[in-house]
Write a protein that binds this ligand. Structure first.
Ligand SMILES: Nc1ncnc2c1ncn2[C@@H]1O[C@H](COP(=O)(O)OP(=O)(O)OP(=O)(O)O)[C@@H](O)[C@H]1O
Ligand SMILES: [Mg+2]
Length: 258
């Protein structure tokens, strides 16, 4: 990925402290348009904390986040979503009892029908928005081969199918940048390659991704560039071959395992 490609999402000098503990210590990261940027590092390196800062769930004590060229450091999650940034979440226990289709419809952007006045005054508008959400959900389920399970409770899906559903929930918002936290966790190899293919296709269609993942096969297959985080700092960033050959990176992983 060229240095000249603009960053759609950028962290500069991000610092996060939890009491006396520094979880992120001046992190710079650029997610360039059309990239699948990987974020790796030992347990406790600060990856999820950095995602929280990027997504708007946590305010850093120092540093800035820019999205589509705008400073969004203090902007709440839902306003970043309106600018095109979203992330996947695990299907919670409450959502698990809803059907696959209902999960997608709930993830759709705010519906005009949620304002009770519109239901009476503008029934056509409400119906059209609901039809649009339904056809989008239907198209997504077809793409990921889950359409035949639309009426099943989400809990009935396998681990990998749930990951696909989580990704589809994020896509209901028609985002431009998607953050994926551990998309491979608990996924069998067949579905994993399906998820990887789907992410690659979406990238080819113009989406940008940032992925936190421990599965190095998936990182190697999908991500460029890759950032290695260790003890709250960016240790290295570059292509997989550069990262894999780096002594400091190997040391950080050994240290983390010790
Ligand atoms: N809410 C919190 N309060 C206190 N400490 C926290 C909090 N969240 C995270 N930490 C600490 O900050 C550090 C970074 O945590 P984080 O979850 O970002 O790591 P990670 O790289 O995502 O790790 P993993 O690979 O295990 O998911 C860890 O030492 C963690 O214990
Ligand atoms: Mg984490």
């Amino acid at each position: 990925m060229s240095q000249a490609t603009p960053a759609v999402l950028e962290a500069t000098g991000v610092r996060v402290r939890f009491g006396g503990f520094t979880a992120l210590d001046g992190v710079d990261l650029a997610v360039r348009a059309g990239s699948i940027t990987g974020l790796v590092g030992p347990n406790g390196a600060g990856k999820s904390t950095l995602f929280d800062v990027l997504a708007g769930r946590r305010r850093p004590q120092a540093g800035a986040v820019r999205l589509m060229g705008r400073t969004v450091t203090q902007m709440p999650v839902h306003r970043r979503a309106q600018l095109g940034l979203t992330r996947t979440f695990q299907i919670s226990r409450e959502l698990g009892s809803l059907t696959v289709l209902e999960n997608l419809l709930l993830a759709a952007p705010r519906q005009p029908g949620e304002a009770i006045w519109n239901v009476f005054a503008r029934p056509g508008l409400v119906r059209r928005a609901e039809e649009a959400a339904l056809s989008r959900a239907d198209a997504l389920l077809t793409r990921v081969s889950l359409r035949h399970l639309a009426d099943q409770p989400a809990d009935a899906l396998s681990g990998g199918q749930k990951k696909l559903l989580e990704l589809c929930r994020a896509l209901m918002l028609q985002p431009r940048v998607v953050l994926l936290d551990e998309p491979a966790a608990g996924v069998n190899p067949v579905l994993l390659s399906e998820i990887a293919d789907f992410v690659r296709t979406l990238r080819d269609e113009g989406l940008t991704f940032a992925i936190v993942e421990h599965n190095m096969d998936l990182i190697a297959a999908l991500c460029d560039p890759i950032y290695v985080l260790a003890e709250g700092r960016v240790l290295r960033h570059g292509r997989f071959s550069e990262i894999a050959a780096d002594d400091a990176v190997a040391q950080a992983y050994l240290g983390g395992a010790a």
